[in-house]
Design a protein around this ligand. Structure first.
Ligand code: LRH
Ligand code: MN
Length: 430
């Protein structure tokens, strides 16, 4: 029997906090009304916001040095789905799960679909994996996958992506995300143009296998596991590939895949303008692809990214329907707590961006009033929208305080018997 957070426990915990919430919500409503903002409309938009959870984020993450498994770790996709259901029970904005194959591969995908249906979960983008060799794999990905000089390795990588589409169809997904670790560690090791041509020719074969209502999301990354060059190194190579492949190919922005201080919100604006923004992998980082909790270090940058996204919504930008997803590694926290926290952080950035006075902003931009333009954004960012996020959760049957309610439920202890720990530490991201 699947362990869920009891609705009565959620109601009991909410009852303790609802009075204060109603007070704070009314006060914020009055404040926003002074700027002709209807708090109910904002709360409705907050309630409609969804961000997908990465299946691989439900287990404790690690680095090349070590991984220290947490308590009652999920050991397979079925247990990962149970944890995703708990996250959605409390946060009410994470009904979609993004799997990674072959990490989540099963023999019976229909059974997996039935399990997710029973848990009220849907399937988001399918992530292929051609950055690791499988046991007894005939043709290695050591020197790349879709861009490998070996045709046999390329064909194997192409077939894996086509298989991912077939599995995704059974699960009801509509997107294939392709991130490759292909690149080089030494100057001269790779002929840049030839590698990119091999990559494009391989992607064209995968693109041909896409159902008409699917998208392919291409993910760029500056470095790792290659440390001199990567075939899809930045948004430039990414959008060139997406334009070369066709309308169903879009660019995905993983926040951690850029050099420190890169203006990611401007990259987002460009991708929106050219109708090539497929979606996001939200996380935060200080140095490299740290995969830390979203908004934990750069909440203003995350807000500025949503300022571009809400601006596009506000202007009814053609072809604008980006997919939102978390992509994080939880090395020292309970993954369920970090995923709930991070989903709320991204939802907060969205709601704050809804509060920007866009007509005033346009006026200040037109008149080159830089200070007032900047203040117009800061004013929205500085409004504490916590009551709106909590009210949206309450209205949907979630928890006013997800972390406190989760800890009260003592979920990890309750499922410990069902999930004996492997006791194996090991290393690596999952
Ligand atoms: C690459 C990446 C990619 C996933 C992997 C788990 O760094 O961001 O999106 O396939 O992490
Ligand atoms: Mn990613």
């Amino acid at each position: 029997m699947t362990q869920r957070i009891d609705k009565s426990l959620i109601a009991e915990q909410n009852a303790k906090l609802e009075g204060f919430l109603q007070e704070d919500y009314a006060a914020l409503g009055n404040k926003l009304a002074r700027d002709n903002i209807n708090i109910e409309e904002i709360t409705a938009k907050a309630a409609a916001f969804q961000i997908a959870v990465p299946s691989w984020g439900t287990g404790t993450g690690g680095t090349r040095f070590a991984r220290f498994p947490g308590k009652s770790e999920p050991r397979n996709i079925f247990e990962k789905l149970e944890d995703c259901a708990v996250i959605n029970d409390l946060s009410q904005c994470t009904e979609r799960v993004s799997p990674h194959f072959p990490w989540d591969k099963v023999d019976d995908f229909t059974e997996l679909k039935q399990t997710s249906d029973a848990l009220g979960l849907k399937w988001d983008s399918i992530n292929s994996n051609t950055f690791q060799d499988q046991p007894n794999q005939e043709h290695s990905f050591k020197y790349g996958s879709l861009s490998n000089t070996s045709e046999a390795s390329r064909e194997l990588a192409i077939q894996h992506n086509l298989d991912c589409i077939e599995w995704g169809k059974i699960l009801g997904s509509k997107t294939l995300t392709v991130w490759v670790g292909d690149g080089s560690n030494h100057p001269g090791q790779q002929h840049f143009q030839s590698a990119f041509e091999r990559y494009l020719n391989s992607m064209k074969k995968i693109y041909a296998g896409l159902p008409n209502d699917w998208e392919m999301h291409i993910e760029h990354k500056m470095f790792e596991p290659a440390f001199y060059s990567t075939v899809i190194q930045d948004w430039g190579s990414n959008i060139l590939a997406a334009m070369e492949l066709g309308d169903q190919a879009k660019s995905l922005v993983d926040l951690g895949h850029h050099a420190p201080n890169v203006n990611i919100e401007m990259i987002v604006s460009r991708l929106i303008q050219f109708k090539k923004l497929g979606g996001f992998h939200f996380n935060d980082s200080k140095y490299g692809d740290d995969d830390l909790d979203s908004g934990s270090l750069h909440p203003y940058q995350q807000f500025l990214i949503f300022n571009e996204l809400v601006d596009a919504e506000y202007r009814n930008q053609e072809g604008f329907k980006p997919n939102y997803m978390l992509d994080q590694s939880h090395n020292v926290t309970d993954p369920i707590e970090s995923l709930m926290n991070s989903a709320a952080s991204v939802q907060r950035s969205y709601v704050s961006a809804l509060l920007v006075d866009r007509s005033k902003l346009t006026e200040y931009q037109t008149n080159n009033d830089a200070l007032m333009a900047s203040n117009t954004l800061k004013n929205a960012f500085n409004i504490d929208v916590t009551p709106i996020l909590a009210m949206a959760r309450l209205q949907k049957g979630g928890a006013i305080d997800p972390i406190a309610t989760y800890r009260k439920a003592d979920y990890r202890t309750n499922i410990a018997a069902k999930r004996p720990s492997s006791g194996v530490s090991g290393s690596g991201i999952v």
